[in-house]
Design a protein. Structure first.
Length: 185
């Protein structure tokens, strides 16, 4: 049995770091969400911020955008050209995606400064791309409501998860302790 632990130690260390980081960050996030009453349809402040940032981004190109609290569920309504087009819920804020990203980077750790810098930069990139993703989705749903399932369920998740995957590949190949080092001549 010991030989298997020795043989698979790198994988087990990776798995342990990933699960521990993911569990810890998820618990912190759930504690944060626990401050808001679902019964009173309260929206967490980060999700509110995402909705307002999305509104701002759309308004840069077209000021016919508005937000309003949803009175029957914990979400923010997005209006485009006076039509209710989408709602921003807690799952739209990309924090769960960022938690997944951070957990993977920590599991394939690198130098401390590099790891922290990559986590901060990658998280900001995911956040900014998420705002752009939601803005494009709002405009697309206004013009093509018949494609809601394709846009919301396939294309736009593919974009955000695709970016995270590319960030992981870059991390593992360029910055982690497992990255291939150039051969010295």
């Amino acid at each position: 049995m010991t030989e298997y632990f020795v043989k698979y130690k790198p994988f087990l260390v990776f798995l342990g770091k990933f699960l521990l980081t993911y569990a810890l960050l998820t618990l912190v996030y759930q504690a944060y969400l626990g401050q808001f009453s679902k019964a009173d349809f309260e929206v967490d402040s980060f999700t509110e911020s995402v909705a307002h940032q999305t509104k701002w981004l759309i308004a840069v190109f077209d000021n016919q955008v508005a937000t309003a609290p949803h009175l029957e569920q914990a979400s923010i309504k997005m209006f485009y050209h006076h039509r209710f087009v989408a709602r921003i819920v807690e799952g739209c804020n990309a924090l769960s995606v960022i938690i997944l990203f951070v957990s993977f980077v920590v599991a394939f750790t690198g130098k401390t400064k590099t790891t922290i810098g990559y986590i901060v930069a990658g998280s900001l990139l995911v956040h900014v791309l998420n705002i752009a993703r939601i803005a494009f989705l709002v405009v697309a749903l206004y013009h093509f409501p018949e494609y809601e399932d394709l846009l919301h369920g396939v294309i736009f998740p593919l974009i955000i998860y695709g970016v995270v995957f590319i960030l992981w590949v870059i991390w593992v190949n360029k910055f982690s302790l497992y990255a291939a080092k150039p051969v010295e001549k």
